[in-house]
Design a protein around this ligand. Structure first.
Ligand code: AMP
Length: 283
């Protein structure tokens, strides 16, 4: 498995693969890889001949009081995990390779109608950081297909919108959420949890499941469902609920009772750790 830190070397490799007629799949990550990330790599391997994984903790998508400095960086372990899957290449750029002129220069911005809701309301500027870095990575790698996790449901919608509106010729593949045995969605941030918090954490998924069951059994009083779910989360021991919302999965606006495409999205807090999860209902 090759590791590239500089864009030019990576471009040369991709060009030679393309010349040989290979398709190229891409999985962007911030590293500290877990089984959720690795499932994306496997999906990319099924879809393409060659797979590149990027590991880059993107400063532009972190707010000033967020965990950029303390975000777990475990390159050696990540490298071993990717090598064991026969990943073809890892792109591991230093910040200066991604932002040679500094972080706040040319930006890619998806309209606020999609980026100011939910995560965007809680993390101003976050999605501008995501779309800017993903565009740069897309331009550097020029993959045929890129895989993103449904775990970050809004991110996936934002990326799909960007790809469509900028007419990028990259197929976006969405990957199901990888979970621990007790249902907790895998996340690099789960390791911030104390043992006590870790015991509370899976209740986020069970609460989402309860809401999903109620909707599926015909209860479309979404406001009441969300109110009860919030109360449950607080009773279960969460320290706060940033949001729990029942949305139209295409627009991410609050779902109407007759909507067929429905997703339940939530972020609940344990201490400083934000746990993010969602359930997409079958339509
Ligand atoms: P991150 O390293 O957190 O930026 O995530 C990189 C990619 O992995 C994103 O597309 C995430 O949506 C995806 N991802 C993170 N956690 C999971 C998970 N538990 N299951 C599936 N995909 C995930």
């Amino acid at each position: 498995m090759q590791v590239f830190e500089q864009v030019n070397d990576l471009r040369k490799q991709v060009a030679s693969w393309k010349k040989a007629g290979h398709t190229v799949g891409f999985v962007p990550t911030m590293g500290n890889l877990h089984q959720g990330h690795l499932s994306l790599v496997k999906i990319a391997q099924q879809a393409c001949d060659k797979v590149i994984v990027s590991i880059f903790v993107n400063p532009m998508q972190f707010g000033p009081n967020e965990d950029f400095d303390s975000y777990p960086r475990t390159f050696k372990e990540d490298q071993a995990k990717l090598a064991s899957l026969q990943t073809d290449a890892v792109f591991y750029p230093p910040v200066e390779a991604m932002y040679p002129n500094g972080v706040n220069q040319t930006k890619v911005q998806v309209p606020e109608a999609l980026t100011s809701l939910l995560e965007g309301a809680n993390r101003p500027g976050h999605f501008d950081g995501v779309t800017t870095v993903v565009t740069k990575l897309f331009n550097m790698i020029q993959p045929d297909k890129a895989v993103f996790g449904q775990k970050d449901f809004q991110q996936l919608s934002v990326i799909r919108t960007m790809v469509e509106e900028l007419a990028l010729s990259i197929e976006i593949i969405s990957a199901p959420i990888g979970r621990d045995v007790d249902g907790l969605a895998l996340s690099s941030r789960n390791q911030y949890l104390t043992e006590e918090q870790r015991n509370v954490a899976p209740k986020l998924f069970t609460t989402l499941q309860d809401v999903a069951k109620s909707i599926e059994s015909g209860n479309h009083d979404f406001l009441a469902l969300v109110k009860v779910a919030k109360q449950n989360l607080m009773q279960e021991g969460f320290d706060g609920v940033d949001y729990i919302e029942i949305c139209n999965s295409l627009t991410l606006l609050p779902a109407k009772s007759y909507d067929k495409n429905v997703v339940i999205l939530a972020v609940a807090r344990l201490g400083k750790t934000r746990l993010l999860d969602n359930i997409l209902l079958p339509n």
